[in-house]
Design a protein around this ligand. Structure first.
Ligand code: SF4
Length: 438
């Protein structure tokens, strides 16, 4: 028997789907990429954007039409808002939270009966974490360390779909990371909706995020295999000096920091319920530049949030110039179903949002290029991810997650760490040649 999975949304959903693969594999089922061949068709849903939810509705509409011709079972799991859940119960055979996936064999056996798990939003998250994931990559892995969010940003529905913050036991995380290192994984990412608030829900009973990083950082010196450890997505409020000092201290903790800004204006930050000011954010950036000067800095920005006027945007524009990002994921604001701000009037036109997005993209490109130009002539370690489209060069990532295309070298495969001499840059990507040595 075969199954097909449509995985929408963020890395957390990809990580959940890797555990779902294990559950199917234990049932003797094979994953297929062609929906026509599948006996079981499922969606790992994302509620962050309406577009993703629309995709779920269009798929299930198509799959339900197929049911007249062949026997198939459909299911949906992942991030689902309560109102969508009610509708999905009428259209999918199975609706269940990701934490209930361990019960999938039984649910499939009883198919036709909607699982009671669907009616409760709280499965046991710990059961999900206990499942050994099936990694599709041989060198890159994601390790969930926390689920849910307590921050309640007004533009975001995550606290309503994933629930409140819950930290995974540190001993389980440490064991999983250690196994991955010993298996030769090179890029390991700790995942959480609010990754650096790890442990705050179990204060006094569980270690905090800096201690967890410290423990994994120490493995870098103990294990013979080389690796880079990343974490995402953090919140500026929990980006303490300890976290940065720990990253600075251990070579295996990757020198790349993602620090969502969202807006450079205090009034808008307040409206977004981010609970920090631009001044707080600036202190963190200063700490990063001081403690880890080689670290690349990534961010997320929303332009055109409800009430964002020219004067507010100007502050974001200035912040963009000031912080000199290597990568910025800039989104035009759109109300997200289930989020508090979805009830507010969307006051900025799409035309203005697009203009603002364009202005910020240009600033970010300039700062990323300026950083890249300074790397010319240096030899850096890169992680090979594949071949370029034309097959003439290798694709890779630097420790700071800058894309690089390089030529030369023999016997180079995805997942190899290779020294590369930087010869130049094309925009925000680097170019180079395989170097004999560091
Ligand atoms: S911190 Fe804000 S944006 Fe991030 S998951 Fe929590 S509510 Fe959403």
């Amino acid at each position: 028997m075969k199954y097909f999975l449509l995985v929408l949304g963020c890395q957390m959903n990809i990580s959940d789907s890797e555990r779902l693969d294990t559950v199917f594999s234990n049932m003797g089922m094979k994953r297929c990429e062609n929906e026509d061949e599948a006996d079981v068709l499922g969606v790992v849903a994302c509620s962050v954007r309406q577009k993703a939810i629309d995709k779920v509705y269009s798929r299930i509409h198509r799959w339900n039409q197929w049911k007249q011709k062949r026997a198939i079972i459909t299911f949906v799991t992942g991030c689902i808002l309560p109102e969508d859940k009610k509708k999905f119960l009428k259209t999918f055979d199975l609706v269940f939270p990701a934490s209930e996936m361990i019960n999938l064999p039984g649910m499939i056996q009883n198919c036709g009966v909607v699982t009671p798990a669907a009616l409760q939003s709280s499965g046991k998250q710990e059961d999900l974490w206990a499942i050994q994931p099936f990694h599709r990559s041989s060198y890159e892995a994601f390790v969930p360390i926390q689920n849910g969010c307590d921050k309640f940003c007004t533009y975001c529905a995550v606290p309503y779909t994933r629930g409140r913050e819950l930290s995974r036991p540190s001993q389980e995380i440490i064991k999983e990371v250690k196994t991955l290192i010993q298996q030769g994984f090179k890029s390991i990412t700790l995942l959480g909706q609010n990754v650096n608030s790890y442990g705050l829900d179990k204060k006094g009973k569980e270690m905090g995020f800096p201690e967890l990083l410290e423990t994994i950082g120490a493995m870098g010196g103990q294990e013979k295999n080389d690796f880079w450890l990343y974490f995402t997505s953090p919140h500026p409020r929990d980006m303490t000096r300890d976290v940065l000092e720990t990253v600075a201290r251990h070579p295996c903790l990757a020198k790349q920091i993602h620090l969502p800004l969202q807006s450079g204006d205090n009034e808008i930050l307040k409206k977004m319920n981010r609970k920090h000011s631009l001044e707080d954010y600036r202190i963190i950036v200063q700490n990063i530049r001081h403690l880890i000067p080689e670290a690349t800095l990534f961010t997320d920005i929303i332009v055109g949030f409800t009430g964002e006027e020219e004067i507010h945007f100007e502050n974001t524009r200035r912040a963009m110039e000031e912080f000199q990002y290597n990568m910025a994921y800039i989104a035009a604001y759109s109300p997200r179903p289930g989020a508090v701000s979805a009830k507010w009037q969307d006051t900025v036109s799409m035309k203005v949002k697009k203009e603002r997005l364009h202005i910020l993209s240009e600033i970010f490109s300039r700062s990323a290029e300026a950083w890249n130009r300074k790397l010319k002539g240096k030899t850096v370690k890169v992680l090979v991810t594949g071949r370029s489209r034309d097959g003439k060069s290798h694709r890779a990532l630097t420790e700071g997650k800058i894309n690089i295309h390089f030529t030369g070298g023999e016997n180079i495969h995805p997942g190899d760490f290779v020294p590369v001499l930087i010869t130049g840059n094309t925009g925000i990507s680097l170019t180079g040649e395989a170097a004999p040595n560091f």
